[in-house]
Design a protein. Structure first.
Length: 501
């Protein structure tokens, strides 16, 4: 299971301010016009990141801050990828080369593993061979570093060896869903009524983020439609037929994932959390239907009996509908928080789009086929699930780094949320409590984490001292200390971000 999300112990805005101020005056001196423009843009992105942390995650936070920053620049750069973006505005680069000059000045970084070795300015991979020998990385490890501008592998070790990826497989799941459905796709939850409007069916479309507010709005719309026809009492059913196969993930009952059903509220969570492990409902579909019935009653429509499970009749008609957030936002939430429930939903949505059964096997076939269409290496790859909880999952470091490079390719703007959703080192999601204010990688590394017992991984992007956006993937298995393995992986990524000496 991937590590639970924790909040930074220091004020993230203070940390951003420190990073912005650190040596910026001396580094700006003597820059060419092109370099100065890049650095100025980087300062804007740092401020945008601060705004994102203050505003909160998803549409109201991280991506909105990037969009606002891009709009202020007059709509230059990036790729428009979401409905609702201000006209002419485009999101800011997720890991632009402009941030490299803003990292610590020579001698400022004193955290173990942060110092750039000799030659790092010309070869950011110079330290990788040494760092990959760390015993904390277990008995097997693989790594790939790609220059996203050229697609060239700058470093590789065991690049094409299939290994258990843990939650970094969510990068593959997300990319496949975006490729198949597009970033604007929304998952619908509907209410259908019989021809006489005496029976209604709540139909799940596979949105695990459906919440109580959305359910209440569905009930209000349904009640309004029924009252217009003089109906004040109905029989209630619920339809989960959009998904097939077993509801339980192969790991069984677990606080990291709810039963997989096309109808649920708040990911089946029984507490007020929105990320990380939590007590889960054993019957999220039934619970959602019963809550909907109570909301109908509150809206003036009596539901005298408990809801029953069953398909909506062929002659039923829609009377209410709720749409999820855009797929781009769901992908970002999946990656930032390592959300297993949404990840499995993304795999099933990809299966539906491909005409496959919406189960584990259908998801595996659909996601694999979609990645193949992106021209990525799939030899030895097995995508047993969408979340990475299944130890039968096998991917290569080459595949993960290649996907990240594709997401940075202007030819694939639909994949951009794969980059914008990556946790930011020291600030957001599963990287919020990793890296420190003194680390050269803080704020510059964006990466997806992966953790199972004996398995640790990290895959993401970083800007090197030459201003290149690099995609990397580091996989390790046979690890015995999660904390030591994570520190070693963080040191690998940080070595790529180390400032020039």
């Amino acid at each position: 299971m991937d590590e639970p999300v924790k909040r930074p112990s220091v004020n993230p805005l203070d940390r951003l301010g420190a990073l912005t101020r650190r040596g910026s005056a001396t580094r700006l001196k003597g820059l060419s016009d092109r370099q100065f423009t890049a650095v100025a843009a980087g300062l804007g992105l740092v401020l945008a990141a601060g705004a994102a942390l203050a505003a909160g995650p998803w549409d109201s936070g991280q991506r909105k801050a990037e969009q606002d920053w891009a709009a202020a620049r007059g709509g230059t750069g990036g790729v428009h990828h979401e409905a609702g973006t201000p006209s002419g505005a485009r999101p800011a680069p997720s890991a632009p080369p402009v941030l490299a000059p803003l990292s610590a000045p020579a001698g400022a970084a004193d955290t173990a593993g942060d110092a750039a070795p000799d030659g790092a300015a010309s070869d950011p991979t110079a330290a990788l061979g040494r760092l990959l020998k760390d015993p904390a990385l277990g008995t097997a490890r693989a790594s790939v570093v790609i220059d996203t501008a050229t697609g060239k592998r700058l470093y590789e070790q065991g690049a094409d060896t299939p290994m258990t990826p843990a939650s970094t497989i969510k990068i593959a799941t997300s990319a496949a869903a975006l490729s198949a459905l597009g970033p604007h796709h929304r998952i619908a939850t509907t209410v259908r009524a019989s021809p006489d409007f005496r029976a209604v069916t709540l139909v799940g479309g596979g949105d695990p983020t459906l919440d109580k507010a959305a359910l209440r709005a569905l009930a209000a719309d349904t009640a309004r439609a029924l009252k217009q026809r003089g109906v004040t009492k109905v029989r209630l059913a619920y339809d989960t037929s959009h998904y097939s196969g077993p509801a339980r993930h192969p790991i069984g009952r677990n606080e990291n994932i709810a039963p997989l059903t096309a109808l649920m509220t708040d990911e089946g969570r029984l507490d007020r959390s929105d990320s990380g492990p939590a007590p889960r409902s054993d019957d999220p579909a039934g619970d959602t239907a019963r809550a909907f019935g109570e909301l109908l009653d509150d809206a003036g429509i009596a539901v005298p009996s408990d809801p029953v499970s069953g398909r909506a009749p062929a002659d039923s008609r829609p009377v209410a509908r709720h749409l999820s957030a855009p797929l781009s936002a769901l992908v970002e939430r999946t990656l930032t928080n390592s959300d297993n429930d949404i990840a499995e939903a993304l795999a099933r949505q990809t299966a539906v789009a491909a005409g496959e059964p919406a189960d584990f096997d259908g998801g595996r076939r659909a996601v694999t086929a979609r990645l193949g269409k992106l021209g990525l290496p799939l030899k030895g790859v097995n995508l047993a699930d969408g979340s990475g909880l299944n130890r039968k999952d096998k991917v290569t470091a080459g595949l993960l780094a290649g996907l990240l490079a594709r997401a940075a390719d202007p030819a694939h703007p639909e994949l951009r949320p794969v980059l914008t959703g990556l946790p930011v080192a020291g600030f957001t999601g599963t990287l919020s409590d990793r890296y420190t204010a003194k680390s050269a990688g803080t704020g510059l590394i964006r990466a997806k984490t992966g953790t199972l017992t004996g398995v640790n991984s990290l895959a993401g992007t970083v800007v090197d001292a030459r201003g290149r956006l690099l995609a990397f993937a580091f996989l390790a298995s046979g690890t015995t200390s999660p904390s030591e393995a994570q520190s070693s992986l963080d040191a690998l990524a940080t070595s790529l971000a180390a400032p020039a000496r």
